[in-house]
Design a protein around this ligand. Structure first.
Ligand SMILES: Cc1cc2nc3c(=O)[nH]c(=O)nc-3n(C[C@H](O)[C@H](O)[C@H](O)COP(=O)(O)O)c2cc1C
Length: 202
């Protein structure tokens, strides 16, 4: 059977979600997937970026990461989306990319894929779950198969978010617990996509 194609598409201003995305990519590769790690375009005006030196620095540090295009979604069997929380919602940069998918949706090219979300917020109760759930609304419209990590691995009892890997960026960069949760989430998404792919091929 062809390997699972996993698209990891994320937005990150200051690197937290990017670090999680890299761990997700690692987990997906280890699970046997072909991986595309893609950032969505930055849309914020320079004055907003310049107001936070860490933001500009991260933008420069990730200049080489390819930008997501619609084909990444069409190609994928499993799509893992990453976004920081913005007042309890996904970042507008990720939403703007999602808002370009009308033609794919119309052609039915977003259906029957596995979808999963990871996120970060600066505070512990800053809206991680609502951010993940908000993206779930889109997956319903796409006819997607939402695969959350749940409590399907011991790491989930340490990381503590069954909706999707989440990190409190106010505590510093993602630690090994968050990174391992991200790898686990990717493995689970890829394993589920592989089972679906094998079942459909049979
Ligand atoms: C406009 C804006 C809104 C934000 N809203 C929240 C929020 O509601 N709750 C929270 O805990 N953090 C909030 N944050 C903080 C970000 O979620 C946090 O900096 C981010 O998760 C870090 O991820 P990154 O390093 O990948 O950019 C907000 C940040 C910005 C710029």
């Amino acid at each position: 059977m062809e390997p699972v194609n996993a698209a990891i598409i994320y937005y990150s201003s200051t690197g937290t979600v990017h670090a999680l995305a890299q761990a997700v990519a690692e987990g997906a590769e280890k699970a046997g997937a072909q991986v595309r790690l893609r950032k969505v375009p930055e849309l914020a005006p320079p004055e907003a970026i310049d107001a936070n030196p860490a933001w500009g620095q991260h933008l420069r540090d990730t200049a080489e990461v390819p930008e997501a295009v619609l084909d990444d979604l069409a190609w994928a069997d499993a799509v893992l989306l990453g976004t920081p929380t913005r007042f309890g919602n996904p970042a507008s940069q990720l939403r703007a990319f999602i808002d370009t998918t009308g033609s794919l949706w119309q052609q039915g090219l977003l259906t029957d894929k596995v979808y999963s979300v990871f996120t970060a917020s600066s505070t512990a109760h800053g809206g991680q779950e609502s951010t993940i759930l908000a993206l779930g609304n889109t997956f319903y419209h796409w006819g997607g198969i939402i695969v959350p990590p749940g409590y399907t691995d011991p790491i989930q009892y340490q990381s503590g978010n069954p909706y999707g890997t989440s990190h409190v960026s106010g505590d510093g960069p993602p630690d090994e617990v968050a990174l391992e949760a991200a790898r686990h989430q990717a493995r689970r998404a890829v394993d589920t996509a592989a089972a679906l792919k094998a079942g459909r091929a049979a």
